[in-house]
Structures are given as C-alpha cells and as structure tokens.
Ligand binder design. Structure first.
Ligand SMILES: Nc1ncnc2c1ncn2[C@@H]1O[C@H](COP(=O)(O)OP(=O)(O)OP(=O)(O)O)[C@@H](O)[C@H]1O
Ligand SMILES: [Mg+2]
Length: 171
C-alpha cells in the first residue's frame, strides 16, 4: 500500500458563472520514503494538487488515501487533525512567527498537538540538535527568528520540529 494514493482526482473551481477544471483525472501513488517533485507550467495545477495532498483542500471527485485512510471527504476540523499529526510542511517563504524565537517556532506545531510544555521543549531542543543547533540552550537558539538566520536549515528544522510525522511537503 502506497503512503499516498490519489485515485482519479478531479478539482473544479466553481466561480459561479464559470467553472475552472484545474485537475482532471490525477491518478498515482507515492511510496513511503520516496522523494517526488511535481513540475509543470504555470496554471497546470501544481498548487491545486499540493493543496489536496497536504489536506488543505479536498477534491471535487476521486479519492485520496493517506496511510490507507480516505481523507478526501473529511471535514475541515478532521483535515486539520491530519495536517497536525501526519504531515510536515516546509514553506519556501518560511511562514515563521517573527516575534517568536527559533526554538518557539520549532515548538509551535507541538502546542497544537497537545504535547506538554516540558515534552515539547525537550523535543524541540532535540530536533534543533539533530540539524546542528547543538547549543540549543544558548542565546543562539532563542534569538528572534528571521529568514536570514533560518535560510539554510529551515526545511530540516521544520521537518524535525514536526517529529514523528509520516511525511512532509514543500511549497
Ligand atoms: N481559488 C481558485 N479559484 C479559481 N480558479 C483557480 C483557483 N486556484 C487556481 N485556479 C485555477 O486553476 C488552475 C490551476 O492553478 P494552480 O494555481 O493550481 O496552478 P500552478 O501550476 O500552481 O500555477 P503556478 O505555477 O503559476 O503557481 C489555473 O487555471 C488557475 O487559474
Ligand atoms: Mg502554484
């Protein structure tokens, strides 16, 4: 069983007077541990597809199974749980909270996951050490987060911060 299974996915944006068919019959699987890049010309539907794979949106037709579970018909709240528990996101534009420290940014997803304060701090420090931030308790890790201080390692940091999630996706 593939980790990600897209089964004849369609997405049509309904603009009232017109409909935009963004995805037509997308059908493929991604195995655990596989690295995949989605490429295509502007307007070909990459973001639409990524929104569906990342459980930010649902398809108009077809089914999407993530770890064997059909997530194509879940409610917004259920999708939020799947995003929180199973998916790591790496955004090209960082999406960091500028008023939070680097460590706090790493901890943030764990707050929404209901992890206790001590455990999330421990896991965040450990995640930062995994990517070479061994002085996690020093000021270098608690300075305010800016793109310049995150630029080289933010994907790894985010991935590590999510801890234990099944896969991650980059925008
Ligand atoms: N929210 C929306 N409402 C209506 N139409 C949309 C919406 N989002 C995307 N589209 C349309 O769906 C099609 C696919 O768009 P999408 O943004 O997924 O393409 P893309 O491959 O990501 O493009 P780009 O490379 O420019 O980012 C386009 O025709 C676009 O105009
Ligand atoms: Mg796009």
């Amino acid at each position: 069983m593939a980790l990600i299974e897209l089964d004849h996915i369609q997405k049509t944006y309904d603009l009232g007077l017109s409909k935009v068919p963004a995805l037509r019959d997308i059908h493929f699987g991604i195995e655990r541990g596989e690295f995949v890049a989605i490429v295509g010309q502007s307007g070909s539907g990459k973001s639409t597809l990524m929104n569906i794979i990342g459980c930010l949106d649902v398809p108009t037709a077809g089914s999407y199974r993530l770890s064997g579970r059909d997530v194509s018909t879940l409610s917004d709240d259920e999708l939020a749980d799947v995003r929180n528990l199973e998916i790591g996101f790496v955004f090209q534009s960082f999406q960091l909270l500028p008023r939070a420290s680097a460590l706090e940014n790493v901890e943030l997803p764990l707050i929404y996951r209901g992890v206790s304060k001590k455990e999330r701090r421990d896991r965040a420090v450990s995640a930062m050490r995994m990517v070479g931030r061994s002085s996690a308790s020093s000021t270098s890790c608690t300075r305010r987060a800016t793109p310049s201080c995150w630029s080289r390692t933010s994907p790894s940091w985010r991935r590590a911060a999510r801890g234990r999630c099944g896969w991650w996706t980059a925008w």
